[in-house]
Design a protein around this ligand. Structure first.
Ligand code: M6R
Length: 614
């Protein structure tokens, strides 16, 4: 949730840290703060609200130059988003400064203990206890690394912590448990970040850290240990995208840029996944063919948009493999004692690879003996690291809080998984698999065709700028698209939006229909006669009751025009792949509507990109 940056080197730490925070602000934007070490003192500034507030304050009240610093953008958990609760938090003698992502679950007990010892608290956060505990350790003679190891052993919960000590100006120390942290490896400088975006303009060499590890960075090097002080090693990797991928590239919003990147992203997700002979090959599939043949049930776990990708995956995987699939919200799965065996394959879908609910779900599954496969976009993140196998989606960094190319590439990876299982288990012929792969390879062109017709969708958004409620209907693979269309509108435009399975309409939701209510309907391809015709009937039913029908339908579908107030035409694709094209107009619509309403499209209120607390 929160964005974290640490730096030690020869450059201006303030510049490096602020630039890093700018790139991480999508992670949380309730407040921002910075701490620098300068001539034996901690210099700090922090402000409620977006990073711009902090930058303005720093311009008015400049800090002294320093080459060691830490910075934070916050998504509030404990304590309101105020100046007082913004990070960094300092120890009572202002010697140690700490920033934190996560939740210290035993903070109340620790706080009581500190207050009994006479420490006066200066915030309402759980984090502040750590600054006092660390300061007590360094004042008693420990160096900051040892202090961090000792303090971490006393903490319960999930945390990334980064700290500096005024008396030790060339060292930044961090720790992680169930919360993201990566190290950026430079020359004569090193970096810490919640993700690589924090330092991508300085280095593309990174170090992945394990669970319960403490890392110390200095100009000269990086040292990793366990919480108990035992030596440990991070895993070195090269980041395969560069600074330009983290820039807006002429677009007004990252989200819009990412919508328009989808033709490329989908092509990249498919790249190198089949041999010249046409057989699918998934390099990161570390499960043997025998293990895959033994699978008797698949459970897909995910949250939000990734959950909707899972719903689409169920339709495709069951159809192609005949393996029963369940799809569950990760937070529900974890706490309902699901039936899992060693032949259950749990598929975790997560763009960030850090979603705490999904992470806890896969840990639970592995503890029960099940195998876990991750579909993930973020190299080096925790979920793929803790999984038995992974299919990376290769979408490049997704910075807009609302997921777009993350979703479409999750769909591609899910299709590839389904086809791969079908290949291994022999439930589809090779030419059938090649046929679907061929259709998938047409998708970048199809998506581009929709993007080229963006103006019609933007006009619709202008027309509906006053809507207070919008419904979305779909059937079969179009149902998750309806849910995703509604989620995009809720999170960006803050208006009431619901997605329904069209067949469910008459069981209750039709009561919501009133004169002029906009209803998007995802019409299944004509080839699926029953689904298609039943959808057309549902559209007639709502139109008869006054709904304004906005249809997404195949370009040569003659059945829709009589019942449509507007039609957005989609290219002709197989029914199971239709979500890849049908979702695009809904993404464009939500982005444009929210932008017209004057909302911050990339940083919607109350949200954060990566939800690293349960
Ligand atoms: O990083 P993840 O894919 O695990 O994130 C899951 C959800 O938090 C995420 O999809 C969220 O729903 C987005 N805001 C949707 O736009």
């Amino acid at each position: 949730m929160c964005g974290i940056v640490g730096y030690v080197g020869e450059k201006s730490a303030q510049d490096v840290v602020i630039e890093g925070l700018r790139r991480l602000e999508y992670r949380g934007y309730d407040s921002a703060g910075i701490a620098l070490v300068h001539e034996g003192s901690i210099l700090s500034d922090k402000k409620a609200g977006k990073l711009a507030n902090l930058e303005k304050d720093l311009a008015e009240h400049p800090l002294e130059a320093s080459t060691t610093g830490i910075g934070h953008t916050r998504w509030a958990t404990h304590g309101a988003p105020t100046d007082r609760n913004a990070h960094p938090h300092l120890g009572q003698h202002d010697r140690v400064a700490v920033i934190h992502n996560g939740i210290i679950e035993n903070f109340a007990a620790l706080r009581g203990e500190l207050e009994d010892a006479g420490v006066e608290m200066r915030s309402d956060t759980d984090t502040e206890v750590v600054s006092h505990l660390l300061e007590a350790e360094v004042e008693a003679g420990a160096d900051l690394t040892v202090a961090m190891q000792r303090v971490c052993q006393r903490l319960a919960g999930a945390f990334t912590l980064v700290a500096v000590d005024a008396a030790d100006p060339a060292r930044v120390v961090a720790a992680r448990r169930n919360s993201p942290l990566v190290v950026g490896l430079g020359e004569g400088e090193n970096f810490l970040g919640s993700d690589v975006a924090a330092f991508i303009e300085h280095t593309r060499e990174a170090l992945e850290l394990g669970q319960d590890q403490v890392v110390t960075i200095t100009r000269e090097g990086v040292e990793v240990t366990g919480f108990d002080g035992s030596p440990a090693e991070g895993k070195h990797y090269h980041v395969d995208w560069d600074l330009s991928a983290a820039e807006k590239d002429g677009h007004d919003w990252f989200m819009r840029k990412e919508i328009f990147e989808q033709p490329h992203a989908v092509a990249d997700a498919l790249l190198g996944r089949h041999s010249p002979g046409g057989r699918l090959q998934l390099d990161e599939m570390r499960l043997s063919e025998q293990e895959l043949r033994d699978v008797d049930k698949i459970i897909l776990v995910a949250c939000g948009t990734a959950f909707y990708a899972g719903l689409v995956a169920k339709y495709a995987i069951e159809h192609w493999t005949r393996i029963p699939c369940e799809v569950e919200l990760a937070h529900e799965f974890r706490y309902r004692d699901p039936i899992l065996t060693q032949d259950t394959l749990v598929v975790a879908i997560s763009q960030s690879g850090e979603t705490a609910d999904t992470l806890m779900a896969i840990r639970h599954a592995r503890a029960q003996g099940s195998r876990v496969l991750a579909i993930c976009n973020t190299n080096g993140s925790t979920i793929p690291r803790e999984s038995d196998a992974v299919i990376y989606t290769h979408a490049g960094p997704e910075i807009g809080v609302a997921s777009t190319k993350g979703f479409s590439t999750q769909l591609v990876a899910s299709y590839l998984l389904g086809l791969y299982l079908a290949q291994v288990r022999g439930t589809m012929y090779g030419d059938e698999i090649r046929g679907v792969v061929h259709e998938l390879e047409q998708m970048p062109g199809h998506i581009q065709g929709i993007l080229d017709r963006k103006d019609a969708i933007y006009a619709l958004a202008a027309d509906l700028a006053d809507a207070r409620s919008v419904l979305f209907l779909g059937r079969h693979a179009g149902f998750p698209v309806a849910l995703e269309g509604a989620l995009k509108l809720k999170e960006l435009a803050y208006i009431h939006a619901e997605g329904f399975a069209a067949g469910e309409l008459k069981h209750g939701p039709i009561a919501l229909i009133e004169e002029g209510l906009p209803v998007f309907c995802v019409v299944p391809p004509q080839g699926r006669d029953q689904l298609h015709d039943k959808m057309i009937s549902a559209i007639q039913e709502i139109r008869a009751r006054g709904a304004r029908t906005l249809l997404l339908a195949e370009e040569d579908d003659p059945a829709v025009a009589p019942y449509a107030d507007s039609v957005i035409y989609l290219p002709r694709v197989p029914v199971l792949l239709q979500p890849l094209v049908a979702v695009v107009p809904l993404q464009l619509f939500a982005c444009e509507l929210a932008s017209r309403m004057g909302h911050d499209v990339d940083q919607p209120r109350n949200l954060a990109k990566s939800v690293t607390v349960e």
